[in-house]
Design a protein around this ligand. Structure first.
Ligand code: GTP
Ligand code: SPV
Ligand code: MN
Length: 623
């Protein structure tokens, strides 16, 4: 850490020595002023501007190990790696406590929690008042996107969580380089984060820290008009790594609409066919529905390669030639640990060889990490994610279902050379998917951009442990953006439709996939993971005009003889079941879609209503 700035003196604390410039180290006066103003409000003991250096990372991790907030993973297994155990009441995103504070509630729309921006700001200021007493305020400048990229955006996070600092260092281009990008007139997004657990009371009495401080009261608040983020009370994931969902999706979606681009919850891959032709695909799947897995897919079909560009967020923008280009604005992966193993995602397992922060996983006797699905063999005894002794056979998992690893993207063996290209890659196709045990076919193609937008808008998915809420409950998750769209979702659909018109013949083709359909016995019909390359193979041959398709109400479906099933032991009837479109069940889907659209009243684009009318008509004709 370079500069130490004087904080507003707390009654108990000596005033630290002034840093290099009381005016602040940024070339941007507003940034210096904001940090000074927030320092006064937050009343930390110290202010520390983060540089992003390895020395800073090492110093912070050493400190956290000493203080008991991190456990060093046995360096013989994984060098420079750490385990954090969160408070059991702070283990996932909190959608109920996530707010879009636009002046007009209609601009947040019915799928977001809305609060009046002035009232919310007042409430937050009261909560943040003195929230960092006894702690260090870290100033974390960051770039979403490669430093200097025309597609990148800058932000500054203030946080009292050193865990968030370390995570931001892995997940973003963080520190001095990002700070230098912020010139006197550069726009940047201010993001304030506090775990909401001051160590000193207003009367000056001090209390001991805990390994994972947080607050029962939580607010993840976004101000789209002033492009600000205020997050209080949680240290976990998207609640505290504000570059990720808060900035790169909720605030960025608002900026993108205004500037004519798209901020999406999508993975990005480059796939190369046995003939040596390459295609760039983006895919939107809801949280914990297979983006990281698909991004690191190891093809089972000979001759194919899949290279990773991004695993969670993509920013899409038309270029001068009118083609849609995409970047991954992140620099690391914050991946779901459970279910990630040698059999399902060997690339992820190879990626996390070291320099990784694990959160809420189990610890083995030998000091290495473990979680359900990492290995087929379950260790007999371990320490679970809460630090309690755990034995094989206990009815509770050793790792929390939303346990995660945080790791630099460039450690991924399948990372594409293009992953940090400042100009991004030209997209050939966009995929939408969800976790659906019924109705949705393995793969389908949209017959037009508008139909593709309809498929995206009507994604529904069984809820996962990535957010607080009922796991398994089916809900609409349009474009996998339900918790992440910073404005009215119907306006967002309109923006997508407009984008298609603007792209015209350059528009990527749109497909839908579902790896999660189940048979009558409740088991998955499709083997998934590396075998998903077979769907990619069909998609790519559709792009090349080399595969046929048949029309169905669910979209254009593959013909069995056109789909590579070689070497795959699909059970009898599985193929038909994977593509069965039951008109009765689908009419129920259509009713649910109508109910979804009705929530938005007249803001739903006519072009989507037309899609629904056509779908119903096709289904009724099949009754
Ligand atoms: P977020 O980081 O929350 O946005 O999630 P993600 O979409 O990146 O999810 P991820 O790829 O980490 O997948 C989450 C879970 O889905 C893991 O437990 C995987 O094992 C499981 N999964 C991924 N792909 C497949 C698949 O093809 N078939 C099946 N059955 N499960 C899968
Ligand atoms: C998700 O929930 O979609 C994630 C994890 O990618 S978090 O960053 O916590 O939102
Ligand atoms: Mn995600």
């Amino acid at each position: 850490m370079t500069a130490t700035l004087p904080a507003a003196p707390a009654p108990h604390a000596p005033v630290p020595a002034a840093g290099p410039s009381a005016a602040g180290p940024s070339r941007n006066a507003a940034l210096n002023g904001w940090v000074a103003e927030m320092t006064e409000l937050l009343q930390p003991d110290r202010v520390s501007w983060c540089t992003g250096s390895q020395a800073e990372f090492d110093q912070l991790t050493k400190q956290l190990v000493r203080e008991g907030s991190l456990v060093r993973v046995n360096p013989e297994w994984r060098p420079n790696s750490f385990l954090a155990r969160s408070d059991p009441r702070d283990v996932a995103r909190v959608e109920e406590r996530t707010f879009i504070c636009s002046a007009d509630p209609e601009d947040a729309g019915p799928t977001n929690n809305w609060r009046d921006p002035v009232e919310m700001k007042q409430e937050l200021i009261a909560l943040f008042d003195g929230a960092m007493r006894g702690r260090t305020l870290y100033v974390v400048p960051f770039s979403m996107g490669p430093i200097g990229s025309p597609l990148a955006k800058l932000g500054v996070q203030l946080t009292d969580s050193p865990y968030a600092v370390l995570s931001m260092q892995i997940m973003t281009r963080m520190g001095t380089e990002a700070l230098e990008q912020i010139g006197p007139d550069t726009s940047w997004v201010p993001a304030v984060h506090s775990v909401g657990s001051p160590l000193v009371d207003a009367d000056g009495s001090r209390r001991a820290d805990v390994p994972w401080p947080c607050n029962e009261t939580k607010y993840i608040a976004h101000f789209p008009e002033t492009r600000e983020i205020w997050s209080f009370g949680s240290g976990y994931g998207g609640n505290s790594l504000l570059g990720k969902k808060c900035f790169a999706l909720r605030i960025a979606s608002v900026i993108a609409r205004e500037e004519g681009w798209l901020a999406e919850h999508m993975l990005l891959v480059k796939v190369t066919s046995p003939e040596g032709r390459s295609y760039n695909l983006a895919a939107a799947f809801p949280s914990a529905c297979g983006k990281t897995n698909f991004a690191m897919l190891q093809p089972t079909l000979p001759g194919w390669t899949v290279e990773t560009i991004g695993d969670d967020i993509a920013w899409l923008r038309p270029d001068a030639e009118g083609r849609l280009r995409a970047i991954n604005p992140e620099r690391g992966f914050f991946g779901v640990a459970p279910g990630t193993g040698e059999r399902t995602n060997p690339t992820a397992v190879a990626t996390i060889w070291g320099n990784t922060i694990f959160t809420n996983v189990a610890l083995q006797d030998d000091g290495d990490v473990w979680w359900e699905g990492l290995t087929d063999r379950v260790p007999d005894r371990m320490v679970d994610w809460q630090g309690r002794p755990w034995m094989d056979g206990l009815p509770v998992p050793a790792a929390h279902p939303n346990a995660r690893f945080t790791v630099p993207a460039d450690q991924c063996p399948s990372i594409a050379d293009e992953w940090d290209d400042p100009d991004g890659v030209v997209l050939d196709a966009i995929l939408f998917g969800g976790r659906r045990s019924t109705n949705i076919p393995l793969v389908a193609e949209a017959d037009s951009w508008a139909h593709g937008v309809f498929l995206g808008a009507t994604i529904s998915s069984e809820q996962t442990a990535a957010a607080e809420g009922p796991v398994g409950a089916l809900r609409h998750d349009p474009f996998a953006m339900l918790p992440f769209c910073g404005y009215n979702m119907a306006d967002y659909w309109g923006h997508w439709l407009d984008m298609g018109e603007r792209l015209g013949e350059h528009a990527p083709r749109i497909f839908q996939v579902n790896w999660f359909r189940k048979g009558r016995d409740g088991s998955y019909l499709w083997p998934g993971f590396g075998e998903n390359i077979r769907a990619v193979d069909w998609i790519v041959r559709r792009l090349d005009g080399a595969a046929r398709a048949r029309r169905s109400p669910a979209g254009l479906l593959p013909l069995r003889e056109d789909f590579d099933l070689e070497g795959l032991d699909l059970p009898d009837g599985a193929w038909d079941e994977l593509f069965r479109v039951d008109p009765v069940a689908w009419l129920q889907e259509a009713d649910q879609t109508r109910a979804l659209f009705e929530r938005f009243g007249s803001r739903v684009p006519k072009r989507l209503l037309t899609q629904l009318t056509v779908l119903r008509w096709e289904l009724v004709a099949r009754l």
